[in-house]
Design a protein around this ligand. Structure first.
Ligand code: ADP
Ligand code: ASP
Ligand code: MG
Length: 404
Protein backbone atom coordinates (compact mmCIF):
# COMPACT_ATOMS: atom_id res chain seq x y z
CA UNK A 1 0.00 0.00 0.00
CA UNK A 2 1.55 3.27 -1.15
CA UNK A 3 0.99 6.75 0.25
CA UNK A 4 0.42 9.06 -2.70
CA UNK A 5 0.03 12.84 -2.74
CA UNK A 6 -2.09 14.11 -5.64
CA UNK A 7 -1.97 17.86 -6.22
CA UNK A 8 -4.38 19.50 -8.65
CA UNK A 9 -3.69 22.95 -10.09
CA UNK A 10 -6.18 25.67 -10.96
CA UNK A 11 -7.05 24.56 -14.48
CA UNK A 12 -7.45 20.96 -13.33
CA UNK A 13 -10.26 22.10 -10.97
CA UNK A 14 -11.27 25.07 -13.14
CA UNK A 15 -14.85 23.98 -13.85
CA UNK A 16 -17.43 21.65 -12.34
CA UNK A 17 -16.78 19.32 -15.23
CA UNK A 18 -13.05 19.30 -14.51
CA UNK A 19 -13.71 18.60 -10.82
CA UNK A 20 -15.82 15.61 -11.82
CA UNK A 21 -12.98 14.37 -14.09
CA UNK A 22 -10.23 14.72 -11.48
CA UNK A 23 -12.47 13.01 -8.93
CA UNK A 24 -12.34 10.01 -11.25
CA UNK A 25 -8.54 10.17 -11.24
CA UNK A 26 -8.57 10.23 -7.42
CA UNK A 27 -10.96 7.25 -7.31
CA UNK A 28 -8.75 5.23 -9.65
CA UNK A 29 -5.79 5.61 -7.26
CA UNK A 30 -8.02 4.71 -4.33
CA UNK A 31 -9.33 1.61 -6.07
CA UNK A 32 -5.73 0.42 -6.42
CA UNK A 33 -5.64 0.32 -2.63
CA UNK A 34 -3.39 3.33 -2.13
CA UNK A 35 -3.46 5.84 0.72
CA UNK A 36 -4.40 9.06 -1.03
CA UNK A 37 -3.99 12.65 0.09
CA UNK A 38 -5.34 15.34 -2.24
CA UNK A 39 -4.12 18.96 -2.35
CA UNK A 40 -6.05 21.45 -4.40
CA UNK A 41 -5.46 24.95 -5.73
CA UNK A 42 -8.29 27.39 -6.24
CA UNK A 43 -10.35 27.11 -9.44
CA UNK A 44 -8.42 28.88 -12.21
CA UNK A 45 -8.88 32.63 -12.27
CA UNK A 46 -10.22 32.80 -8.71
CA UNK A 47 -6.99 33.93 -7.02
CA UNK A 48 -6.39 36.58 -9.72
CA UNK A 49 -9.93 37.80 -9.24
CA UNK A 50 -9.44 38.09 -5.48
CA UNK A 51 -6.25 40.10 -6.07
CA UNK A 52 -8.20 42.47 -8.32
CA UNK A 53 -10.85 42.90 -5.63
CA UNK A 54 -8.22 43.70 -2.99
CA UNK A 55 -6.82 46.44 -5.24
CA UNK A 56 -10.26 48.00 -5.55
CA UNK A 57 -10.56 48.15 -1.77
CA UNK A 58 -7.13 49.61 -1.02
CA UNK A 59 -3.65 49.99 -2.46
CA UNK A 60 -2.34 49.19 1.00
CA UNK A 61 -4.57 46.22 1.74
CA UNK A 62 -3.62 44.82 5.13
CA UNK A 63 -1.27 41.87 4.44
CA UNK A 64 -2.86 39.54 7.00
CA UNK A 65 -6.33 40.19 5.57
CA UNK A 66 -4.92 39.82 2.07
CA UNK A 67 -3.88 36.26 2.97
CA UNK A 68 -7.34 35.52 4.40
CA UNK A 69 -8.86 36.78 1.18
CA UNK A 70 -6.50 35.03 -1.23
CA UNK A 71 -6.60 31.68 0.53
CA UNK A 72 -10.39 31.50 0.27
CA UNK A 73 -10.38 30.09 -3.28
CA UNK A 74 -8.76 26.84 -2.16
CA UNK A 75 -11.52 26.26 0.42
CA UNK A 76 -14.18 26.27 -2.30
CA UNK A 77 -12.27 23.85 -4.56
CA UNK A 78 -11.63 21.40 -1.70
CA UNK A 79 -15.26 21.34 -0.60
CA UNK A 80 -16.37 20.67 -4.18
CA UNK A 81 -13.90 17.80 -4.61
CA UNK A 82 -14.77 16.25 -1.24
CA UNK A 83 -18.48 16.47 -1.99
CA UNK A 84 -18.01 14.91 -5.43
CA UNK A 85 -16.06 12.00 -3.94
CA UNK A 86 -18.81 11.48 -1.34
CA UNK A 87 -21.33 11.55 -4.17
CA UNK A 88 -19.36 8.76 -5.86
CA UNK A 89 -19.55 6.70 -2.68
CA UNK A 90 -16.09 7.40 -1.25
CA UNK A 91 -15.31 8.62 2.24
CA UNK A 92 -13.79 12.09 1.84
CA UNK A 93 -13.64 15.42 3.66
CA UNK A 94 -11.95 18.77 3.27
CA UNK A 95 -9.26 20.22 5.55
CA UNK A 96 -8.30 23.89 5.74
CA UNK A 97 -4.66 24.48 6.59
CA UNK A 98 -5.57 25.74 10.09
CA UNK A 99 -7.53 22.57 10.78
CA UNK A 100 -4.58 20.27 10.01
CA UNK A 101 -2.68 22.46 11.11
CA UNK A 102 -0.07 23.33 8.49
CA UNK A 103 2.31 25.62 10.35
CA UNK A 104 4.13 28.33 8.45
CA UNK A 105 6.76 30.91 9.17
CA UNK A 106 7.83 34.13 7.45
CA UNK A 107 6.02 37.18 6.11
CA UNK A 108 2.42 37.20 4.95
CA UNK A 109 2.01 36.49 1.20
CA UNK A 110 5.29 34.55 1.06
CA UNK A 111 5.36 32.27 4.08
CA UNK A 112 6.99 28.86 4.20
CA UNK A 113 5.67 25.64 5.69
CA UNK A 114 7.79 24.58 8.64
CA UNK A 115 5.67 21.80 10.14
CA UNK A 116 2.58 19.76 9.42
CA UNK A 117 0.71 17.88 12.17
CA UNK A 118 -0.30 14.63 10.54
CA UNK A 119 -2.10 12.74 13.32
CA UNK A 120 -5.70 13.52 12.33
CA UNK A 121 -4.99 13.05 8.63
CA UNK A 122 -3.37 9.67 9.25
CA UNK A 123 -6.28 8.53 11.45
CA UNK A 124 -8.74 9.53 8.76
CA UNK A 125 -6.77 7.62 6.12
CA UNK A 126 -6.71 4.58 8.41
CA UNK A 127 -10.50 4.73 8.48
CA UNK A 128 -10.49 4.58 4.68
CA UNK A 129 -11.02 8.29 4.09
CA UNK A 130 -9.51 10.59 1.47
CA UNK A 131 -8.40 13.93 2.97
CA UNK A 132 -8.73 16.89 0.60
CA UNK A 133 -6.39 19.62 1.83
CA UNK A 134 -6.19 23.25 0.80
CA UNK A 135 -2.95 24.16 -0.95
CA UNK A 136 -1.33 27.58 -0.75
CA UNK A 137 -2.22 28.25 2.91
CA UNK A 138 -0.55 28.03 6.29
CA UNK A 139 -1.11 29.10 9.86
CA UNK A 140 1.49 31.21 11.65
CA UNK A 141 2.48 31.35 15.32
CA UNK A 142 -0.07 34.13 15.88
CA UNK A 143 -2.82 31.83 14.55
CA UNK A 144 -3.25 33.99 11.46
CA UNK A 145 -3.75 32.49 8.01
CA UNK A 146 -0.78 32.90 5.67
CA UNK A 147 -0.21 32.19 2.00
CA UNK A 148 2.84 30.67 0.38
CA UNK A 149 3.36 32.88 -2.68
CA UNK A 150 1.78 32.48 -6.11
CA UNK A 151 1.71 28.87 -7.23
CA UNK A 152 2.18 27.88 -3.58
CA UNK A 153 -0.02 24.77 -3.70
CA UNK A 154 3.00 23.02 -5.20
CA UNK A 155 4.87 23.72 -1.95
CA UNK A 156 1.92 22.40 0.10
CA UNK A 157 2.04 19.13 -1.85
CA UNK A 158 5.78 18.72 -1.42
CA UNK A 159 5.75 19.49 2.29
CA UNK A 160 2.86 17.08 2.84
CA UNK A 161 4.90 14.45 1.01
CA UNK A 162 7.73 15.18 3.44
CA UNK A 163 5.71 15.09 6.66
CA UNK A 164 3.60 12.11 5.61
CA UNK A 165 6.69 10.30 4.28
CA UNK A 166 4.78 9.71 1.06
CA UNK A 167 5.97 7.27 -1.59
CA UNK A 168 4.89 9.50 -4.46
CA UNK A 169 4.07 13.14 -5.07
CA UNK A 170 2.23 13.85 -8.30
CA UNK A 171 1.56 17.37 -9.55
CA UNK A 172 -1.44 17.27 -11.89
CA UNK A 173 -1.56 20.28 -14.18
CA UNK A 174 -2.72 21.41 -17.63
CA UNK A 175 0.47 20.32 -19.44
CA UNK A 176 1.71 16.75 -19.55
CA UNK A 177 5.09 17.54 -18.06
CA UNK A 178 7.92 20.02 -17.96
CA UNK A 179 8.87 21.08 -21.48
CA UNK A 180 12.10 22.45 -22.93
CA UNK A 181 10.28 25.79 -23.00
CA UNK A 182 6.71 26.98 -22.39
CA UNK A 183 4.70 24.99 -24.98
CA UNK A 184 2.33 27.96 -25.23
CA UNK A 185 5.21 30.07 -26.58
CA UNK A 186 6.91 27.61 -28.90
CA UNK A 187 5.17 24.79 -30.72
CA UNK A 188 8.37 22.78 -31.07
CA UNK A 189 8.84 22.56 -27.28
CA UNK A 190 9.63 19.00 -26.23
CA UNK A 191 8.67 17.18 -23.08
CA UNK A 192 11.57 16.47 -20.71
CA UNK A 193 11.36 12.95 -19.24
CA UNK A 194 13.74 13.62 -16.42
CA UNK A 195 15.12 16.83 -14.95
CA UNK A 196 17.31 17.31 -11.90
CA UNK A 197 16.36 19.66 -9.06
CA UNK A 198 18.97 22.31 -9.83
CA UNK A 199 17.89 22.69 -13.43
CA UNK A 200 14.21 22.71 -12.49
CA UNK A 201 14.93 25.28 -9.80
CA UNK A 202 16.65 27.58 -12.30
CA UNK A 203 13.93 27.08 -14.91
CA UNK A 204 11.19 27.79 -12.36
CA UNK A 205 12.98 30.82 -10.89
CA UNK A 206 13.61 32.18 -14.38
CA UNK A 207 9.97 32.08 -15.38
CA UNK A 208 8.79 28.52 -16.15
CA UNK A 209 5.74 28.67 -13.95
CA UNK A 210 4.90 24.98 -14.27
CA UNK A 211 6.44 24.57 -10.80
CA UNK A 212 6.67 27.17 -8.02
CA UNK A 213 10.41 27.88 -7.43
CA UNK A 214 10.17 27.66 -3.63
CA UNK A 215 8.49 24.27 -3.93
CA UNK A 216 11.36 22.90 -6.02
CA UNK A 217 13.76 24.16 -3.36
CA UNK A 218 11.70 22.30 -0.72
CA UNK A 219 11.76 19.15 -2.85
CA UNK A 220 15.52 19.40 -3.30
CA UNK A 221 16.21 19.95 0.41
CA UNK A 222 13.97 17.06 1.41
CA UNK A 223 14.87 14.77 -1.51
CA UNK A 224 11.28 14.41 -2.68
CA UNK A 225 10.80 13.15 -6.22
CA UNK A 226 8.06 14.98 -8.09
CA UNK A 227 6.11 13.73 -11.04
CA UNK A 228 4.48 16.39 -13.21
CA UNK A 229 1.54 15.03 -15.17
CA UNK A 230 -1.52 16.13 -17.10
CA UNK A 231 -4.97 15.89 -15.57
CA UNK A 232 -6.37 16.01 -19.11
CA UNK A 233 -4.30 13.32 -20.86
CA UNK A 234 -3.21 9.99 -19.48
CA UNK A 235 0.45 10.16 -20.55
CA UNK A 236 3.77 9.74 -18.78
CA UNK A 237 4.97 13.07 -17.45
CA UNK A 238 8.26 14.46 -16.16
CA UNK A 239 10.23 13.23 -13.18
CA UNK A 240 11.96 15.92 -11.15
CA UNK A 241 14.53 14.15 -9.01
CA UNK A 242 18.04 14.12 -7.65
CA UNK A 243 20.27 12.29 -10.01
CA UNK A 244 20.11 11.42 -13.64
CA UNK A 245 19.08 7.78 -13.48
CA UNK A 246 19.72 7.20 -17.16
CA UNK A 247 21.22 9.37 -19.79
CA UNK A 248 17.85 10.59 -21.02
CA UNK A 249 19.16 14.02 -21.59
CA UNK A 250 22.47 14.38 -23.31
CA UNK A 251 21.74 17.97 -24.31
CA UNK A 252 23.97 20.76 -23.04
CA UNK A 253 20.96 22.99 -22.57
CA UNK A 254 17.94 21.45 -20.86
CA UNK A 255 15.48 24.29 -21.18
CA UNK A 256 14.70 27.90 -22.00
CA UNK A 257 12.74 30.12 -19.62
CA UNK A 258 11.34 33.60 -20.04
CA UNK A 259 9.96 36.31 -17.84
CA UNK A 260 7.91 39.21 -19.13
CA UNK A 261 7.10 42.51 -17.70
CA UNK A 262 10.69 43.39 -16.92
CA UNK A 263 11.98 46.96 -16.84
CA UNK A 264 15.45 48.43 -16.66
CA UNK A 265 16.58 51.51 -14.81
CA UNK A 266 19.86 53.24 -15.56
CA UNK A 267 21.47 55.74 -13.22
CA UNK A 268 24.17 57.77 -14.94
CA UNK A 269 27.08 59.46 -13.19
CA UNK A 270 27.01 57.85 -9.76
CA UNK A 271 30.16 58.18 -7.61
CA UNK A 272 32.42 55.16 -8.02
CA UNK A 273 33.35 54.42 -4.41
CA UNK A 274 32.71 51.60 -1.95
CA UNK A 275 29.18 51.47 -0.52
CA UNK A 276 27.39 53.37 -3.28
CA UNK A 277 25.68 50.35 -4.80
CA UNK A 278 24.66 49.24 -1.31
CA UNK A 279 23.13 52.66 -0.58
CA UNK A 280 21.14 52.48 -3.81
CA UNK A 281 19.78 49.01 -3.23
CA UNK A 282 19.14 49.17 0.54
CA UNK A 283 15.91 51.23 0.37
CA UNK A 284 14.72 49.10 -2.54
CA UNK A 285 15.15 45.90 -0.59
CA UNK A 286 13.45 47.45 2.47
CA UNK A 287 10.49 48.25 0.23
CA UNK A 288 10.40 44.66 -1.04
CA UNK A 289 11.41 45.68 -4.57
CA UNK A 290 13.13 42.78 -6.18
CA UNK A 291 16.24 43.85 -8.11
CA UNK A 292 17.20 41.21 -10.61
CA UNK A 293 20.00 41.79 -13.15
CA UNK A 294 22.68 44.39 -12.35
CA UNK A 295 25.49 45.83 -14.48
CA UNK A 296 27.91 48.57 -13.67
CA UNK A 297 30.12 50.44 -16.16
CA UNK A 298 33.24 52.17 -14.92
CA UNK A 299 33.70 55.58 -16.52
CA UNK A 300 36.93 56.62 -18.19
CA UNK A 301 38.13 58.81 -15.32
CA UNK A 302 37.33 56.06 -12.80
CA UNK A 303 35.41 58.47 -10.56
CA UNK A 304 31.90 58.11 -11.86
CA UNK A 305 29.99 55.05 -12.90
CA UNK A 306 26.71 54.14 -14.60
CA UNK A 307 24.52 51.53 -13.00
CA UNK A 308 21.81 49.56 -14.81
CA UNK A 309 19.50 47.12 -13.09
CA UNK A 310 16.16 45.45 -13.73
CA UNK A 311 12.97 45.41 -11.68
CA UNK A 312 9.41 44.37 -12.50
CA UNK A 313 7.53 47.00 -14.57
CA UNK A 314 5.02 47.63 -11.76
CA UNK A 315 7.89 48.64 -9.44
CA UNK A 316 9.45 51.25 -11.76
CA UNK A 317 7.66 54.31 -10.35
CA UNK A 318 8.32 53.38 -6.74
CA UNK A 319 11.96 52.58 -7.52
CA UNK A 320 12.53 55.92 -9.21
CA UNK A 321 10.89 57.74 -6.31
CA UNK A 322 13.06 55.94 -3.76
CA UNK A 323 16.22 56.75 -5.74
CA UNK A 324 15.30 60.41 -6.12
CA UNK A 325 14.56 60.69 -2.40
CA UNK A 326 17.76 58.88 -1.41
CA UNK A 327 20.01 61.45 0.30
CA UNK A 328 23.00 59.08 0.30
CA UNK A 329 23.57 59.16 -3.44
CA UNK A 330 24.00 61.74 -6.17
CA UNK A 331 23.83 61.15 -9.90
CA UNK A 332 23.56 63.00 -13.19
CA UNK A 333 20.43 61.45 -14.64
CA UNK A 334 18.13 58.47 -14.47
CA UNK A 335 16.28 56.72 -17.29
CA UNK A 336 14.12 53.65 -17.64
CA UNK A 337 12.78 51.28 -20.30
CA UNK A 338 9.74 49.01 -20.01
CA UNK A 339 8.34 46.14 -22.12
CA UNK A 340 11.45 44.03 -21.73
CA UNK A 341 11.82 40.29 -21.28
CA UNK A 342 14.47 38.10 -19.79
CA UNK A 343 15.35 34.98 -21.78
CA UNK A 344 17.45 32.33 -20.07
CA UNK A 345 19.05 29.11 -21.20
CA UNK A 346 19.55 26.52 -18.47
CA UNK A 347 21.55 23.31 -18.34
CA UNK A 348 24.11 21.55 -16.17
CA UNK A 349 25.93 20.61 -19.38
CA UNK A 350 27.09 24.21 -19.54
CA UNK A 351 29.60 23.62 -16.76
CA UNK A 352 31.71 21.32 -18.90
CA UNK A 353 31.05 22.75 -22.35
CA UNK A 354 32.83 25.92 -23.48
CA UNK A 355 31.41 28.34 -26.02
CA UNK A 356 27.77 28.36 -24.91
CA UNK A 357 27.67 32.12 -24.31
CA UNK A 358 29.05 32.77 -27.76
CA UNK A 359 26.51 30.44 -29.38
CA UNK A 360 23.66 32.10 -27.52
CA UNK A 361 24.73 35.63 -28.46
CA UNK A 362 25.38 34.66 -32.07
CA UNK A 363 22.00 32.95 -32.47
CA UNK A 364 20.29 36.11 -31.19
CA UNK A 365 22.46 38.41 -33.29
CA UNK A 366 21.58 36.49 -36.46
CA UNK A 367 17.94 37.29 -35.72
CA UNK A 368 18.88 40.94 -35.08
CA UNK A 369 17.85 40.75 -31.44
CA UNK A 370 19.66 43.31 -29.33
CA UNK A 371 20.91 42.19 -25.90
CA UNK A 372 20.62 44.88 -23.21
CA UNK A 373 21.84 43.19 -20.03
CA UNK A 374 23.49 39.82 -19.39
CA UNK A 375 23.74 37.74 -16.24
CA UNK A 376 25.18 34.28 -15.75
CA UNK A 377 25.55 31.54 -13.17
CA UNK A 378 27.16 28.11 -13.38
CA UNK A 379 24.15 26.56 -15.10
CA UNK A 380 22.34 29.46 -16.77
CA UNK A 381 22.80 32.48 -19.00
CA UNK A 382 20.13 35.20 -19.02
CA UNK A 383 19.78 38.10 -21.42
CA UNK A 384 17.44 41.05 -21.37
CA UNK A 385 15.78 41.83 -24.70
CA UNK A 386 12.78 43.73 -25.98
CA UNK A 387 9.57 41.83 -25.16
CA UNK A 388 8.51 41.92 -28.80
CA UNK A 389 11.33 39.46 -29.58
CA UNK A 390 10.32 36.76 -27.06
CA UNK A 391 9.00 34.18 -29.52
CA UNK A 392 11.72 34.83 -32.09
CA UNK A 393 14.43 34.53 -29.43
CA UNK A 394 13.01 31.28 -28.03
CA UNK A 395 12.75 29.77 -31.52
CA UNK A 396 16.34 30.76 -32.35
CA UNK A 397 17.79 29.38 -29.11
CA UNK A 398 15.65 26.24 -29.18
CA UNK A 399 17.07 25.48 -32.61
CA UNK A 400 20.65 26.49 -31.81
CA UNK A 401 20.80 24.14 -28.81
CA UNK A 402 19.10 21.28 -30.69
CA UNK A 403 16.00 21.17 -28.53
CA UNK A 404 13.59 21.21 -31.50
P1 ADP B 1 -1.39 24.85 -12.25
O1 ADP B 1 -2.59 25.74 -12.21
O2 ADP B 1 -1.73 23.43 -12.56
O3 ADP B 1 -0.52 24.99 -11.06
P2 ADP B 1 0.34 26.58 -13.79
O4 ADP B 1 -0.43 27.51 -14.67
O5 ADP B 1 0.88 27.10 -12.52
O6 ADP B 1 -0.56 25.29 -13.53
O7 ADP B 1 1.55 25.92 -14.61
C1 ADP B 1 1.30 25.27 -15.84
C2 ADP B 1 1.65 26.19 -16.98
O8 ADP B 1 3.04 26.45 -16.96
C3 ADP B 1 1.42 25.62 -18.36
O9 ADP B 1 0.11 25.85 -18.81
C4 ADP B 1 2.47 26.28 -19.24
O10 ADP B 1 1.94 27.26 -20.08
C5 ADP B 1 3.39 26.95 -18.25
N1 ADP B 1 4.80 26.67 -18.49
C6 ADP B 1 5.79 27.60 -18.52
N2 ADP B 1 6.96 27.04 -18.80
C7 ADP B 1 6.74 25.71 -18.95
C8 ADP B 1 7.57 24.59 -19.25
N3 ADP B 1 8.89 24.73 -19.43
N4 ADP B 1 6.99 23.37 -19.32
C9 ADP B 1 5.67 23.20 -19.12
N5 ADP B 1 4.84 24.23 -18.85
C10 ADP B 1 5.35 25.46 -18.75
N1 ASP C 1 -4.27 29.61 -6.08
C1 ASP C 1 -2.92 30.04 -5.84
C2 ASP C 1 -2.40 30.84 -7.03
O1 ASP C 1 -3.11 31.04 -8.01
C3 ASP C 1 -2.02 28.89 -5.52
C4 ASP C 1 -1.78 27.89 -6.63
O2 ASP C 1 -2.46 27.89 -7.65
O3 ASP C 1 -0.87 27.06 -6.46
O4 ASP C 1 -1.30 31.31 -6.99
MG1 MG D 1 0.97 26.38 -10.54
Amino acid sequence: MKTIILKFGGTSVGTIDRIKKISQIICSYKRQNNKIIVISSAMSGVTNDLIKKSKLISKNFDKAEYDVLLSSGEQVACALIAARLSHLGYKARSWMSWQVPIVSDGPHTSSKIIRIYTKDILNYIKLGGIPIITGFQGLNSEFRITTLGRGGSDASAIMLAKFLKADECIIYTDVDGVYTTDPKLHRKAKKIKYIQYDEMLEMASLGSKVMQPASVQDAKLNKIDIRVQSSFLNRPGTLIAKKQKRNFNSQIITGISTTRNDAKITIVGVKDKPGVAASIFEPLSKNLINVDMVVQNISLDGRKTDLTFTVKAEDVKKTQKLIKENKNISFKKMSFAKDLAKISIIGVGMITTPGITYRMFKALALKKINIMVISTSEIKISVLVSAKHIKKAIAALHKEFRLD
